[in-house]
Design a protein around this ligand. Structure first.
Ligand SMILES: [Zn+2]
Length: 72
């Protein structure tokens, strides 16, 4: 058992993964190194939104909480 990764929830890992994906726009291929997802939580759903600074393409993803949590 390792002692690292304390307090890392499934949501944190998902957010980190989306942060990486957001760096490359699926529309124009622009690499947005400084970009990040805007996160909005509404009840049991989490909305991730990203706006490409190059072409203005918007990406939206929706996560449903309680689906595949493996924390605790
Ligand atoms: Zn783009």
């Amino acid at each position: 058992m390792s002692m690292d990764g304390r307090g890392t929830s499934a949501l944190d890992r998902l957010r980190a993964r989306y942060d990486q994906e957001a760096r490359v726009c699926p529309e124009c291929g622009f690499e947005d190194e400084a970009g990040s997802w805007r996160v909005q939580t509404t009840g049991s759903r989490v909305y991730y939104r990203h706006l490409c600074p190059s072409c203005g393409s918007r990406s939206t993803r929706v996560l449903r909480l309680g689906g595949s949590r493996d924390d605790e």
